[in-house]
Design a binder for this molecule. Structure first.
Ligand code: ADP
Ligand code: ZN
Length: 713
């Protein structure tokens, strides 16, 4: 009988010593306890939920070796590197190793020098005898366990061999882990692995740190512009843009690069070597942005992906959830955006129809579309797919942030429905809008639609708004699209009630496109404002330090310290070793490796800040005494431009400085248009060039400060 008290306190100690964490996340402790008592378990947790600790902590307490089956070779190396960085003895066996390396690792395992051995499923099959016969295996962890089931979305035949393990070693405890929660797959995993008296641990799939936003009906050009602005607003952050096709990945990436952004693309059409390079550059913070098909991300454990954008509607909710789940694994706030246009549906329907599993895939697409079009809390809908029900609205999705207002839209709906009926349900939504707006397009005239009674009856509503109303009507079940008949609009039974039985329709009030755009900007510039906070400057400083450390050690930066830990350090500015050790994510080994250096780095940063703030202060004192800029420059022995920069900085910090002593409204206008045209808002040179040298550098600097303070850039 194992002493439970003892397990619990020991597991807490190990959590702090090796991982630097103070507390378990929900379920982790229970799972560890269950595993330590020799039981089987099935763990369902979302990506980033913290599955790994559930077998890593037991592996440190159990006598022999814990074998971890993991399907992705690239991930294996990453995980082992991460464990080693925390001082945990781990190794892997897969096809990338030479024979000597393998022999060496087996030897280490036999000598009890390795706690965790990661193995690919193929290798388990091939070296079954060697691993289970010669090693003292005390626990088997099966990661991505859904791969064993042909019901799951990622079936791998190699996984089926794992069945034999329980047959041969009925006493060996197994822990199966997955982020896929559907019930069929769940019970299939239990059967196939032969789990016995297992307990299922189902964690919440809610990821509150991910913001959810669906951007409906944004035209192609605006979409690119929004994305460019967004990336520019967070130059150091990593993000992924999921595109529908290989070609669109390449096109988008080169478009973004042409705007001076640093991106690359990734899809299955690249060679294995190319893919590895792209992935490597991303993981190591060398390329911050990747335009990719859904092939990207499976093998990536990067914890500091700060945002994910879907350039088009995804095929199904499972995929969408998994893809956005790649953001914010470290638990810090991260953004997700999904762009959705009706054209996406038409393309995706074609894919689904040609997929061989038409009915199933069309149904999944319909659910995806319903999510994108809904006007109730997005997280509520999303979680309901996983059988989870949120009691309250989440407050962190676009619907919660801008709740829709309804109005009586019966007349609008009647106009649209009558146009649909009068075209004998043969017109596409574009054509219906053209008719309502009284367009003189050839198609309209040729069909004689200009003679319809409804022709031109909707001139007072803009084309974009009509499209949105039609979409709402589809969502409310008044209209359907006949995808097999050139996407013609069809009126449903319910529509007849609206037309002939006086049934009321309430529609969601549309917000002008301009305002919608503005709102979008406001949401993400709020965070930008945070960036000028003092802790953020230290964070950026430490981030650079981290890159250097990582280079020297040949590991990805987030394995030095992840973003959450680095941020906590930046916020609390530890001064002593004791302060540093109390920070979540600073374990013993990392403390020994980086502790002193990071403390030094922090004190260096403080020094430089002190110096900087005193030099600004001197300039400000002279300004206040009424000296002009030339005089200040002379007195301080610096050049005039530096003094202007100081004034600009001081003004932005809220010091009472009047920039209009040196610039006028026209300067501000010129600089604003230069910023809008070049996208540059920090460096003066590109703006100076754009303005053909007609506005002096110092005027540009001050105008930028003014525009930024006013929130105009
Ligand atoms: P999963 O395998 O479920 O996708 P991971 O095991 O990789 O997730 O964990 C995701 C992140 O959360 C990792 O950076 C991990 O170190 C961190 N983490 C896990 N458990 C805890 C905890 N108890 N406290 C703080 N961070 C944790
Ligand atoms: Zn919400």
């Amino acid at each position: 009988m194992v002493d439970i008290e003892c397990i619990v306190s020991e597991s807490h100690r190990l959590l702090k010593e090796y991982f630097g964490y103070d507390a378990f996340r929900p379920l982790q402790e229970e799972i560890v306890r269950h595993v330590m008592q020799g039981n089987d378990s099935l763990v369902l947790m979302p990506t980033g939920g913290g599955k790994s600790l559930c077998f890593q902590i037991p592996s440190l307490m159990l006598p022999g070796v814990t074998v971890v089956v993991s399907p992705l070779i690239s991930l294996m190396k990453d995980q082992v590197d991460g464990l080693n960085a925390n001082g945990i003895a781990a190794a892997f066996l897969n096809s990338t190793l030479s024979e000597e390396e393998e022999v060496y690792i087996m030897q280490q395992c036999r000598m009890g020098k390795i706690s965790l051995l990661y193995v690919s499923p193929e290798r388990i099959t091939r070296s079954f005898e060697k691993i289970f016969g010669m090693l003292n295996v005390s626990l088997l962890a099966v990661d991505e366990a859904h791969c064993i089931s042909s019901w799951g979305h990622d079936f791998r035949p190699e996984y089926q061999q794992l069945k034999w393990i329980k047959h041969t070693f009925p006493k060996l405890p197994i822990i199966a882990l997955t982020a896929t929660a559907d019930k069929t797959t769940r019970s299939d995993i239990v059967t196939q692995l032969g789990l016995h008296n297992e307990r299922t641990f189902l964690a919440s799939f809610n990821r509150p740190n991910l913001s959810l936003e669906v951007r409906v009906g944004v035209g192609a050009k605006d979409k690119d512009r929004e994305i460019i602005d967004y990336i520019r607003s967070r130059p150091n952050d990593s993000g992924i843009i999921y595109c529908m096709s290989r070609k669109s990945c390449e096109k988008l990436s080169s478009k973004l690069n042409a705007k001076g952004l640093q991106t690359n693309y990734y899809h299955a059409g690249l060679s294995a070597k190319q893919r590895e390079n792209v992935q490597d550059d991303f993981i190591n913070d060398r390329t911050p942005v990747i335009c990719a098909t859904v092939a990207f991300g499976m093998g990536i454990d990067k914890s500091n992906v700060r945002w994910v954008i879907h350039y088009n509607l995804p095929k199904n909710v499972e995929g969408y959830y998994q893809e956005i789940g790649r953001a914010g694994r470290d638990g810090l706030a991260s953004d997700t955006f999904l762009y959705f246009n009706l054209g996406d549906i038409i393309t995706l329907r074609k894919f689904a129809e040609e997929s061989g599993q038409m009915a199933l895939n069309l149904e999944k697409l319909t659910q995806m579309q319903a999510f994108a079009e809904s006007d109730i809390c997005r997280r509520k809908i999303l979680l309901s797919y996983f059988g989870e029900y949120l009691e309250k609205d989440c407050g962190n999705c676009d619907v919660c942030k801008n709740p829709p207002k309804k109005f009586d839209g019966t007349i609008i709906a009647q106009k649209a429905l009558s146009a649909v009926m009068r075209t004998k349900q043969s017109a596409s939504s574009q054509l219906v809008v053209d008719i309502l707006r009284g367009s003189e397009k050839r198609e309209v005239l040729e069909m004689g639609y200009h003679r319809l009674k409804t022709y031109g009856k909707g001139r007072d509503v803009s084309e974009d708004d009509w499209k949105q109303y039609l979409r709402q009507m589809m969502h409310f079940g008044l209209l359907e699209v006949a995808y097999d008949r050139n996407n013609a609009l069809i009126a449903t039974e319910l529509a007849r009630k609206v037309l002939f039985e006086d049934q009321k329709v309430s529609l969601v009030k549309l917000v002008a496109a301009e305002i919608r755009k503005q709102r979008f900007k406001v949401t993400y510039t709020k965070e930008q404002a945070q960036k000028s906070q003092p802790w953020n400057q230290l964070f950026e400083h430490l981030r650079k330090w981290r890159v250097e450390m990582a280079r020297a050690k040949g590991i990805p930066p987030y394995l030095v310290f992840n973003d959450a830990t680095l941020r906590e350090i930046a916020v609390s500015r530890p001064e002593s070793t004791l302060d540093l050790l109390s920070i979540s994510g600073v374990g013993k080994v990392k403390f020994d490796a980086y502790g002193e250096e990071i403390l030094e780095e922090i004190s260096r940063f403080k020094q430089s800040q002190k110096k900087a703030s005193s030099t600004y202060q001197l300039t400000f004192d002279l300004y206040q005494k009424g000296y002009d800029v030339n005089m200040i420059a002379q007195m301080r022995g610096m050049n005039v431009m530096t003094v202007y920069s100081h004034l600009a900085f001081l003004f932005q910090q809220g010091y009472p400085i009047d920039p209009f002593r040196y610039i006028d409204k026209k300067d501000v206008q010129d600089v604003l248009s230069a910023v809008q045209n070049t996208g540059e808002k920090l460096q003066t040179k590109p703006l100076y060039d754009f303005l053909r040298g007609e506005v002096d550098y110092y005027r540009i600097r001050l105008s930028l400060a003014y525009l930024s303070k006013e929130g105009k850039i």
